[in-house]
Every structure is written in structure tokens, then in C-alpha cells.
Design a protein around this ligand. Structure first.
Ligand code: DAK
Length: 259
């Protein structure tokens, strides 16, 4: 698939996906969703020696200022439900991706943009980042998981406040609440996201993928303990487990191969 909105750059094993609709503050239109679906459902799985993915927005002003408001005027209830389900399914592809996905956030992450960031495994915010779920201003609820993931990340009290008032919060507040993993000086977002992915890339790849699965199982299935038992057993069968344990005993750095 030829991408029209996303640009994909692979830099030392890290895929950098940039949403390029700067004039519309990178608002998520249908085409952007289709391209994200293609990358996280297909193309991203075929990249050799992939360490992880960074999602960012073009320009300094916005990560993503929401779903594209011009596209959802006049939707029927049935069409609205279908669009919501499709968006949720695509964000699940990101959340379930086998390699770490990090959002590098400059500027606005609103509505669907905040939801996209929350579907990533980790979030790095520049000091000028702003977060919010302003859907009630438009007569809508969030449609791409915002009412669920925001509660998971920051708790019901603050999540309800943000969802009901449509207030925006800055990067420091987002960090204090647990919505983002780190706040960095403007311009440092990509470097910090890269540093995190490089750190994870030095760990055993199979175990990393299984951790993502186990954590997701709690939220998706309500109980991930059984999944953890399976994952632990599966890791015991890997070469990397033998290597990790041997490296510890021999007081050396482990050399994981992903087998
Ligand atoms: N969609 C489309 N265009 C957008 C946009 C958006 N979400 N946000 C900004 N733009 C466009 C503006 O229209 C403007 O275009 P031109 O007028 O230049 O052609 C350009 O980006 C620059 O924006 P501003 O001129 O407004 O820039 P300011 O610095 O003055 O303000 C702002 C920045 C971020 C505060 C402001 O642009 C703003 O309030 N934007 C909208 C934020 C927002 O409400 N986002 C939507 C959140 S709700 C659904 C599922 C999910 C959703 C909806 C439906 N279904 C399943 C049906 C999700 C909804 C949302 O994401």
C-alpha cells in the first residue's frame, strides 16, 4: 500500500511513523486510519530486525488534534457505530503490536489524538504537549477507547473530570497523573523515544512480546494471570531464557537472539 498521509522511515531498526497533515493539525481522517491499519496489521510485521515503532505528528503544533471533524458530520447512528468500532479495532492493532510502540508527542493530543497516544505502549511528551478529550464539546462521546483507556491510566476521578469538562492538561500534569512516561524539553521527544526503544531492544524479544500480551490480557479479558502462567512456561522453552540465565551466572551481558 502506498501511504499518502503517513511517512515511514526506518532508522537503525526503529520505524518512525509520522502523521503528515500539518495544516489540519494532523487530524485523523479515514485515510490515516487505513494506513495505520496497514502498517500495524501487515507491513510492520514484515520489517526485519524491527526494534520498535515511534508514532509522531508533523510540525511543532500538534501530535494529533483529534479525529477529522469534517469527516463525521451527518453520520447516522449505524455509521457512527461502524466508524467507532473500526477505529477501536485499528488502535487494538497498535496496543497488541509485538514490538514497543512509543508516541512522541509535541503539541496537541486531543480527542482521537489522545486516544491514539493511549493505544501506544509508552508516551513521551514535550513540555508544550497538551492533552484532552473534548468530544462533549461536539456533542459526542469519545469513540476510539478514550472512556476506557483514560480511566485505566489516570483513574476514574481525574478521567471523569477531563472527559466531562473537556479541559486540557499540560505535559507536567499528564506526567503527574501517569498519562505519560516522561516529559522532555521541546525537540527531545524523538531522542527520548529512541532511547526507550533501544533499551527494550537489548532485552529478550520473545519475553518483551509476551509481557505486552499479558498486560493487555488484564484490560481486554479482565484477568491476565492465566496468560502469565502460559507466557512464563513458553519463555522457559526459549534459547533466550537459557542465555539470560547463563549470562547472569557468568556475570556477563546476555546476547539475546529472539529464539
Ligand atoms: N479536525 C479537522 N480539522 C482540524 C482539527 C480536527 N480535529 N483540529 C484542527 N483542525 C484544523 C482547523 O480547522 C484549522 O484548519 P483551517 O481553518 O486552517 O483550514 C487548522 O487545523 C488549524 O487549527 P486552528 O486554526 O483551530 O488552530 P488554533 O491554534 O487556533 O487552535 C486547537 C488549535 C487544537 C485548539 C483547535 O484547532 C481545536 O480546538 N481543534 C479541534 C480539537 C478537537 O475538538 N478535536 C476533536 C476532538 S473529538 C467518532 C469517533 C471518534 C471521534 C469522533 C467520532 N465516531 C466513531 C463517529 C473523535 C472525536 C475527536 O477526536
Amino acid at each position: 500500500m502506498q501511504y499518502e498521509i503517513l511517512t515511514l522511515e526506518i532508522n537503525n531498526g526503529i520505524a518512525i511513523l509520522t502523521i503528515n497533515r500539518e495544516k489540519a493539525l494532523n487530524a485523523l481522517n479515514r485515510q490515516t486510519f487505513s494506513e495505520l491499519e496497514h502498517f500495524f496489521g501487515e507491513a510492520g510485521h514484515d520489517i526485519p530486525d524491527l526494534k520498535g515503532v515511534i508514532i509522531t505528528g508533523a510540525g511543532e503544533k500538534a501530535f494529533v488534534a483529534g479525529a477529522d471533524i469534517t469527516e463525521f458530520a451527518g453520520l447516522s447512528p449505524k455509521e457512527g457505530m461502524a466508524l467507532s468500532k473500526r477505529g477501536q479495532d485499528i488502535l487494538y492493532l497498535i496496543e497488541r503490536f509485538h514490538k514497543p510502540v512509543v508516541a512522541a508527542i509535541k503539541g496537541f493530543a486531543l480527542g482521537g489524538g489522545c486516544e491514539l497516544a493511549m493505544a501506544c505502549h509508552l508516551r513521551i511528551a514535550g513540555e508544550k504537549a497538551r492533552f484532552g478529550q473534548p468530544e462533549v464539546n461536539l456533542g459526542l462521546t469519545p469513540g476510539y477507547g478514550g472512556t476506557q483507556r483514560l480511566v485505566q491510566y489516570i483513574g476514574k476521578t481525574k478521567a471523569l473530570e477531563l472527559l466531562l469538562t473537556a479541559d486540557m492538561i499540560g505535559a507536567e500534569e499528564a506526567y503527574r497523573l501517569g498519562l505519560v512516561n516522561a516529559v522532555v524539553a521541546p525537540g527531545e521527544e524523538m531522542a527520548k523515544a529512541t532511547e526507550l526503544i533501544e533499551k527494550i531492544a537489548a532485552k529478550a524479544p520473545y519475553a518483551v512480546a509476551k509481557v505486552i500480551e499479558c498486560v493487555n490480557a488484564f484490560y481486554e479479558e479482565g484477568d491476565g494471570f492465566w496468560k502469565e502462567v502460559d507466557a512464563f512456561g513458553e519463555c522457559c522453552a526459549t534459547e533466550d531464557f537459557k542465555e539470560g540465565a547463563a549470562a547472569f551466572v557468568e556475570k556477563r551481558k546476555a546476547n539475546f537472539t529472539g529464539k
